[in-house]
Design a protein. Structure first.
Length: 599
């Protein structure tokens, strides 16, 4: 979702433009830049891709290139459609102040009404524009920008990460509540440069810095080329001891290399992700699980499906029941208690639903373990124990390699809890098993052929039993989110309780059917669908199943417990191929964002 970047120092405009490109992965529909130049603020905005606003800035680049202050924003529309007026930055009426904002100002209608009554004119439908006019109003009264900014922030309700510049000072003001915001400190020759961003990844990708201050809720302050960084608590007390962290995370892989899309590159990286994830030290988590009454897992989307796999695996391997909740529902039930453990799974570490679930649980004294791919992310910072996927950056909006990393770590925990070193060894073999599939031209060509032949179908039903049910859910999510095909998943045993009425000759049924103890049951489900005219695709290692199918993706035979790890990979590739066959961009699905920072 919305991305924020601010630069004080050399090449500010160029760096903000590159910053917007680095933030594109979060998902957006318009973008904008504000530059302070000779006591004037110039604003550039455009809908569509970041390159549109960059080409506007380039028309003025000669006059802007010496500027030392710039802020930029990628907007993901919430209040008001994507258009130039609603794009950020927003300014006050005289264009002496420019702000960019992530989050939602919940009391914006009240504030807007008061400001309209005072005679301020608005030019957008957004909640964010009130911030610019509110600061202008406070400045009129206090004549001191720092006080005006603080007073305005005190009146905002909701969630926000805000950057603000004015035409007089060489400063970028910032404020944070819930939405992430970090300060970067220039290194080497750039030690008098300062940066602000909604994530560390954008700054690391640009190699601007690996030194960060992470802002906490209700903190505000400014960066200033002369005065450095000043952070205050909500009461205005200066916070002198903010910790500077140096990231261990290297973002060097964040380019497409020779691949057409990040999604394909990231699927191909899965074999490498497996040993990296396996290397995670889970020992503290094992002790925490041993000393907890109940284990809960909360997550959204793909991460939720990894949690569901863990539910089955923990049940089978350790005979422990794991309670799995969508984070967006966890918050209404808040079921874990003190002496329980909550594992929060989130690739981004920023998903607001999951963050809120974690905060709610913490208030009840629940111990929190996070599993994220981002060091220093909001969710990892809220946790007592942190696990990292170590998967390198995942740029495509859809999660692929990080799903596998999540599974590897969750399996590792389960096997380690019962000291099953033989199964742990088998887990490592998946680097080769998945690698073999992804290197095998016949396997890939077969998936490509199936996608080509089914590209005009519109109704896909994924079925699986037991451990294959989460795989069905995840495969359906992949397909729907990037190819826009109607895709649903059911436990195969549920078909007869309703969904079977949808199965006609217009339907395609994709059955996840490894040769496990349930294979005979799923064969019956396949026959039920076949006899109603549906096209049958199977992902299987079983020749009896192949015989029932119109199309089959034949898998290497593996022990029953492990099928979620390898069986999802061809289905990720299938979703990818269906998308490109339909001339859509798998990396940037409509309406979706990589980092979901609204509830
Ligand atoms: C699916 C996808 C989303 C995310 C979900 C949670 O491909 O990317 O469903 O899985 O938004 O995101 P994280 O894991 O960052 O909390």
């Amino acid at each position: 979702m919305c991305g924020i970047i601010g630069v004080i120092g050399d090449k500010a405009v160029e760096r903000v433009m590159n910053g917007l490109i680095a933030l594109e992965y979060r998902g957006y529909d318009s973008a904008g830049i504000a530059v302070k130049k000779d006591s004037k603020i110039k604003v550039y905005k455009a809908t569509g891709e970041v390159k549109n606003v960059i080409s506007l800035v380039f028309k003025d680049i000669d006059s802007l290139k010496d500027s030392k202050i710039a802020i930029g924003h990628t907007r993901w529309a919430t209040h008001g459609k994507p258009c130039n007026e609603n794009a950020h930055p927003h300014t006050d009426e005289d264009s002496t102040i420019a702000i960019i904002h992530n989050g939602i100002i919940e009391n914006y209608l009240t504030l807007k009404k008061e400001l309209l009554e005072k005679g301020y004119n608005f030019s957008s439908e957004t909640d964010s524009e009130v911030i610019a006019h509110l600061i202008a109003d406070k400045f009129k009264k206090h004549k001191d920008f720092q006080i005006a900014f603080h007073q305005a922030v005190l009146e905002l309700q909701g969630t926000f990460a805000i950057l603000c510049i004015n035409n007089k000072e060489n400063r970028i003001y910032f404020a944070k509540l819930v939405n992430p915001l970090v300060i970067g400190i220039g290194v080497g020759n750039n030690s008098d440069n300062y940066y602000c961003s909604s994530d560390m990844a954008s700054m690391s990708t640009l190699k601007l810095t690996n030194k960060f201050i992470i802002l906490e809720d209700n903190e505000y302050g400014f960066i200033d080329a002369k005065d450095g960084i000043k952070v205050f608590d909500i009461s205005g007390n200066s916070l002198k001891t903010k910790q500077v962290i140096e990231t261990k995370f290297h973002y060097t892989q964040a380019d497409k290399s020779n691949y057409d899309y990040f999604m394909l590159k990231e699927i191909k990286e899965i074999p490498e992700v497996i040993p990296n994830a396996f290397a995670s030290d889970v020992s503290d988590v094992l002790s925490a699980i041993d000393s907890s009454n109940n284990i809960y897992i909360t997550a959204c989307g793909t991460s939720y499906h990894a949690a569901l796999v863990a539910k089955y695996v923990f049940n089978k391997v350790c005979r422990r029941d794991v309670h799995v909740y969508h984070s967006s529902e966890y918050v209404y039930l808040n079921p874990a208690n003190a002496n329980d453990l909550l594992i929060a799974i989130s690739q981004s570490g920023e998903t607001l639903d999951t963050l809120t679930a974690v905060k709610n649980a913490k208030r009840k004294g629940v111990k929190i373990v996070s599993l994220t791919n981002h060091y220093g992310s909001s969710i990892s910072r809220e946790s007592d124990l942190q696990l990292y996927m170590n998967s390198g950056p995942e740029i495509s909006v859809v999660a692929t390699k990080t799903y596998i990393a999540q599974l590897i770590i969750l399996y590792k925990i389960a096997f380690s809890l019962v000291n099953n070193s033989a199964e742990l060894e088998k887990l490592k073999e998946f680097r080769e098993i998945v690698g073999n599939f992804l290197k095998n031209n016949n396997s890939l060509t077969n998936v490509e052929k199936i996608a080509k032949e089914l590209k005009s179908e519109n109704d896909f039903y994924f079925i699986g039993r037991g451990l294959s049910y989460p795989t069905a859910l995840e495969a359906a999510l992949k397909l729907k989110e990037i190819s826009y095909k109607h895709a649903e998943a059911f436990p195969a045993g549920e078909l007869k309780h309703g969904p079977l009425s949808l199965i006609t000759d217009k339907a395609t049924v994709i059955a996840i059917s490894p040769s496990d103890s349930l294979v005979k049951k799923i064969e019956s489900n396949i026959l039920e669908c076949k006899s109603r005219g549906a096209k049958i695709v199977t992902v299987t290692d079983n020749q009896d199943v192949v015989k029932l199918s119109n199309y089959s993706i034949v898998m290497e035979m593996i022990p029953e417990l492990f099928s979620p790890i390898s069986y999802i990979v061809p289905l990720q590739y299938f979703a990818y191929r269906m998308t490109v066959e339909n001339n859509l961009n798998p990396d940037k699905p409509r309406n979706l964002a990589k980092s979901v920072t609204v509830e």
